[in-house]
Design a binder for this molecule. Structure first.
Ligand SMILES: Cc1cc2nc3c(=O)[nH]c(=O)nc-3n(C[C@H](O)[C@H](O)[C@H](O)COP(=O)(O)OP(=O)(O)OC[C@H]3O[C@@H](n4cnc5c(N)ncnc54)[C@H](O)[C@@H]3O)c2cc1C
Length: 392
C-alpha cells in the first residue's frame, strides 16, 4: 500500500529515499534548502553495497556512465614504497564517479518516477505525528517524514534524538583535478592510491578519463596541513614525488572537519532519520554515502513489505540497519585513528589487516559486502517472522 512522504534534504540520502519510495508508488516530495542540488566539486567512493542499491533503483548506469571501474587500491609511504594493496574484483566493485553524476542521476530518476523536488525550501522542525514545519511558516502533513537534512539536522535535534556528536580531530580537503592523457596508460595514473607521510595523507582516485579526485587529510593542530587554500609547498615537501598531482589541485576545493554522530534512535513516531543526520562518520571507509543509500532503500522496502504500515516498517528498518551502521561508524573512526600511531606501529596494523581476509570482512569491507537489496534476506525474514541476523 502506498502513502505520502515529505523529505527534508535533497542530498544523497534524501534523493535515494525519495526515489525508493517513488518506485513503490508513494507520493514523494523532497525539500532542499538550497536553490539547486548541492553539487560539490568532488568524487565519491561508491563500493559494492552502494552500487547494488543504485542498481536496484535503476540508476546504476547513469551514475557510473563514463566512470572508470577501480582495479587496484594501494597504500604507499612518502618515498613511494608500497606497503598495502587490494585488488577489486567484478563481484566486489568500486567506482568513484563525481558527486554531480550521482546527485543528478538520482534527481532525474526521481522526477521521472513522479516525485517532486522543491528548492529553496528549508525545514526547521517536525513532529512525531507527521507534520513537517518550514522556515517560511508553512507546514506539510504526510504518512512519513524523512529527515535527510545532513549532519546539522534541526529535525533530529528538535525531536531529542541526538545522543552525542563528536569531532574526530581530522581535516580533509577535497577537489577534482584534470588528468593528463598519459595517466590513462601508466599504473600510477590508473591506480587508487592513499599516500602517507606521518599522519598526513594524499589520496588520488581516478574518476573518469579526464578527472581524478584528490583528498588531503591532516590532523587538527597541523596548521599548515589544515590550510585552505592548500599550502602547496608544505604538501610538496611531504610528497615530492607527487608534485604532478599537487600542482593541479585547485584553490576552490572544499575543506571539512570530520565528525561522528550517535543517535538515541533513528526515528520518533513517523519521522525517520536517514543519512548523515543519523549516522555521519569520518570518511575513512568511503561509506557515509553508501550507508545513506542503504538506509533510504531499506526504509522504503521495509515499509512496503509491512503493507504500508509506517510504524512496523520503521521498526524493521532499524532492526536491520541501525546496529550494523553503528559498527561501520566505529570501524571508520578507529581506522582513521591509525593516523595517530607512530609509522612502524601503523605499518604493523596495516600488515595484520592485509593478512586476514576475515578481519577485513568484519571491518574495512563490512559495509561494502553488505547487500541491502538481496531479496532472499527479506523472504527469509518474512517466512520466519523473525528479524534477519545482523551484526552485533
Ligand atoms: C571529506 C569527505 C569525504 C567523503 N567521502 C565519501 C566517499 O568517498 N564515499 C561515501 O560514501 N561517503 C563519503 N563521505 C560521506 C558523505 O559525503 C555523506 O555521508 C553523505 O553526503 C551524506 O548524505 P546526506 O544526504 O545524509 O547529507 P548531505 O550530503 O549533507 O545532504 C543534506 C542535504 O540536505 C540539505 N539540507 C540541510 N538542512 C536542510 C533543511 N533544514 N531543510 C532542507 N534541506 C536541508 C542540504 O542543503 C543538503 O543538500 C565523505 C564525507 C566527507 C566529509
Amino acid at each position: 500500500m502506498s502513502g505520502t512522504v515529505e523529505i527534508a534534504g535533497g542530498g544523497i540520502a534524501g534523493l535515494t529515499a525519495g526515489l525508493a519510495f517513488a518506485r513503490k508508488g508513494w507520493r514523494v516530495r523532497v525539500h532542499e534548502q538550497d536553490d539547486d542540488l548541492r553539487i560539490l566539486g568532488a568524487g565519491i567512493y561508491i563500493w559494492e553495497n552502494g552500487l547494488k542499491v543504485l542498481d536496484a533503483l535503476g540508476v546504476l548506469n547513469a551514475v557510473t556512465w563514463g566512470a572508470l571501474p577501480a582495479w587496484r587500491h594501494e597504500k604507499r609511504d612518502a618515498d613511494g614504497w608500497l606497503f598495502a594493496q587490494s585488488r577489486l574484483k567484478p563481484n566486489f566493485r568500486l567506482y568513484v564517479p563525481t558527486r554531480e553524476a550521482l546527485l543528478t542521476a538520482l534527481h532525474e530518476a526521481l522526477i521521472a518516477a513522479g516525485g517532486e523536488v522543491v528548492f529553496g525550501s528549508r525545514a526547521v522542525d517536525a513532529d512525531a505525528e507527521g507534520t513537517l514545519y518550514f522556515a517560511d511558516g508553512k507546514e506539510a502533513r504526510a504518512d512519513l517524514i524523512v529527515a535527510a537534512d545532513g549532519i546539522n539536522s534541526p529535525i533530529r535535534d528538535g525531536l531529542g534524538l541526538l545522543r552525542w556528536r563528536r569531532e574526530v580531530g581530522q581535516f580533509g580537503y577535497r577537489a577534482m583535478i584534470r588528468r593528463a592523457p598519459s595517466e590513462l596508460k601508466t599504473d600510477v595514473g590508473r591506480t587508487h592510491c592513499e599516500n602517507w607521510n606521518g599522519a598526513r595523507r594524499l589520496l588520488y582516485a581516478p574518476c573518469t578519463e579526464e578527472l581524478a579526485y584528490v583528498q588531503l587529510t591532516s590532523l587538527k593542530g597541523d596548521a599548515r596541513g589544515n590550510r585552505v587554500p592548500i599550502d602547496r609547498d608544505y604538501w610538496r615537501e611531504a610528497f615530492p614525488h607527487l608534485s604532478w598531482i599537487i600542482e593541479r589541485i585547485p584553490d576552490d576545493g572544499r575543506g571539512d572537519w570530520f565528525e561522528l554522530i550517535r543517535t538515541r534512535k533513528w526515528a520518533k513516531g513517523c519521522v525517520a532519520l536517514v543519512g548523515d543526520s543519523a549516522s555521519a562518520q569520518p570518511p575513512f571507509l568511503g561509506q557515509g554515502g553508501g550507508c545513506a543509500m542503504m538506509s533510504g532503500y531499506v526504509l522504503a522496502e521495509a515499509i512496503d513489505r509491512a503493507g504500508g504500515d509506517v510504524e512496523l516498517g520503521i521498526a524493521e528498518w532499524q532492526r536491520r540497519l541501525r546496529r550494523f551502521t553503528e559498527w561501520v561508524q566505529r570501524v571508520s573512526y578507529w581506522y582513521g585513528e591509525l593516523a595517530r600511531l607512530p609509522p612502524t606501529l601503523r605499518l604493523a596494523a596495516f600488515g595484520a589487516l592485509g593478512k586476514s581476509e576475515r578481519l577485513q570482512a568484519a571491518t574495512l569491507f563490512v559495509a561494502a559486502r553488505h547487500d541491502a537489496t538481496a531479496p532472499e534476506t527479506w523472504r527469509r525474514a518474512e517466512q520466519a517472522q523473525i528479524p534477519i541476523p545482523i551484526f552485533h
